[in-house]
Design a protein around this ligand. Structure first.
Ligand code: AMP
Ligand code: GLY
Length: 427
């Protein structure tokens, strides 16, 4: 079948790399893609939220499956747009309906869903301009640190962890009365702080059954030892050493099963990836957040560790036999290190020529492009996060070492990366 991937990051390059290996994939298209995805299929210069143009392209190229990478088009209703239209309803959209995508699109929706289904998460209350004064009082009486979350999508910036009441009161005022995150912070969720270690867990679901994918740990801070500003993610590892069968069983029983049966009970149409952002405190898992898509850079370590044919897995969502699928995981560990532009996550320059990629062969290492594009046959930088370099090893230490060795071959002006991805598992 012909397949279209929507998005342009390392996640979508990893999808493209895996999908092009499927015996079920005939032609592969990526909209809009990047310099890396163009080596796996044909890039289409269409924006991820331009549903009308995506529809024309899907019909023109006889697309039968669309894999949606980022959250934006999902929250904006791409699933509903394609399935409601008689011309395109035969196309399988991998992703949730707009209503179900609210699990990521609205923190208040996600918290209320968890409460209804007894899913462990931090205690919370939601506020808007109507109960603003009550919010001030709630903050004053709350233990520290206090977590403030803009309800809507805020490009990963809408979560503030405040260590003083003054700071929390100020930020709360900024969010609700001064639209700090635009419309996204009209409503604010205030929740208690969870301590522990974070882990990213993923499932594929048809809304009734599910398959759990390999787990991963993501390193979000810009600096070594998890210091400095938050980024989109500077690297990831999979598997996560403390994620044993006991913990996995507990997560399945207390979080994944009630979430999926919650979809069924509430008639939420969900036919795609679910990303459970979890905090593990003393062996007890809590949901920090749901995302309605795969993670980036987690996908760059999770997808290469799945031995199954990805198209076969994704097709099972539609054909109703997902419960017969068994995920076969590579025993090797994978680590990915993101090469980023100097200055990121602040201002940075683009169009820096990237050299050395031709020295890396695919059977040794995988270079998943993110912010890259081609100008006159040269590959240049085109974003903050540029390339995720994934390597493998018998354990995380070896995988990270291999990733760092590969990076030595790649160069661009003001290239920066963290050399300590997976640091807490490497001694
Ligand atoms: P999010 O935008 O929801 O992914 O949150 C960003 C990050 O903030 C998470 O990955 C956590 O590191 C942190 N975070 C969010 N909520 C909490 C919480 N209740 N307790 C502790 N950390 C949190
Ligand atoms: N790596 C975290 C995310 O994709 O949201």
């Amino acid at each position: 079948m012909n397949i279209l991937i929507i998005g342009s990051g390392g996640r979508e390059h990893a999808f493209a790399w895996k999908i092009k290996q499927s015996k079920h994939c005939n032609e592969l298209f990526i909209a809009p893609g990047n310099a890396g995805t163009s080596t796996c299929g044909t890039n289409l210069d269409i924006k991820v939220n331009d549903f009308e143009t995506l529809k024309h392209a899907a019909l023109q190229h006889h697309i039968e499956m669309i894999v949606v990478g980022p959250e934006d088009p999902l929250v904006n209703g791409i699933y509903d747009y394609f399935t409601a239209n008689p011309e395109t309803k035969h196309i399988q959209i991998v992703g949730p309906s707009a209503e179900a995508a609210q699990l990521e699109g609205s923190k208040a929706f996600a918290k209320a869903f968890m409460q209804r289904h007894d899913i462990p998460t931090a205690s919370y209350k939601e506020f808007n301009s109507a109960n603003f004064e009550e919010g001030l009082e709630y903050i004053n009486n709350h233990s520290l640190p206090i977590v403030l979350k803009a309800d809507g999508l805020a490009a990963g910036k809408g979560v503030l962890i405040c260590t003083s009441h003054e700071d929390a009161l100020h930020e709360f005022d900024q969010m609700i009365r001064h639209a700090k995150f635009g419309k996204a912070s009209n409503k604010v969720v205030i929740e208690s702080f969870l301590k522990g270690i974070e882990v990213s867990v993923f499932a594929i679901t048809d809304g009734k059954s599910f398959c759990v994918l390999p787990e991963a740990k993501d390193y979000k801070r810009i600096g070594a030892g998890d210091t400095g500003l938050n980024t989109g993610g500077m690297g990831a590892v999979s598997p996560v050493p403390f994620f044993d069968e006991t913990l996995k069983d507990k997560i399945v029983r207390t979080i994944i099963e009630p979430t999926i049966s919650g979809f069924e009970k509430e008639k939420l149409v969900y036919k795609g990836f679910v990303f459970f952002g979890l905090m593990i405190d003393n062996g007890e898992p809590y949901v920090i957040e749901y995302n309605c898509r795969m993670g980036d850079p987690e996908t760059e370590v999770v997808i290469p560790r799945i031995k199954n044919d990805l198209v076969e897995l994704l097709s099972a969502i539609d054909s109703g036999n997902l419960n017969e699928m068994f995920i076969v995981q590579d025993e090797n560990a994978a680590a990915t290190t993101f090469l980023v532009s100097g200055g990121y996550p602040g201002n940075y320059l683009t169009e820096k020529v990237i050299s050395g990629l031709n020295l890396i062969t695919e059977n040794e290492s995988l270079c998943f492009h993110s912010g890259t594009k081609k100008i006159n046959e040269k590959i240049v930088t085109n974003g903050g996060r540029v390339i995720a370099v994934t390597d493998f090893g018998k354990d995380i230490k070896q995988a990270v070492r291999a990733s760092l060795a590969t990076i030595e071959k790649i160069k661009f002006d003001e290239m920066y990366f963290r050399s300590d991805i997976g640091f807490e598992f490497v001694s």
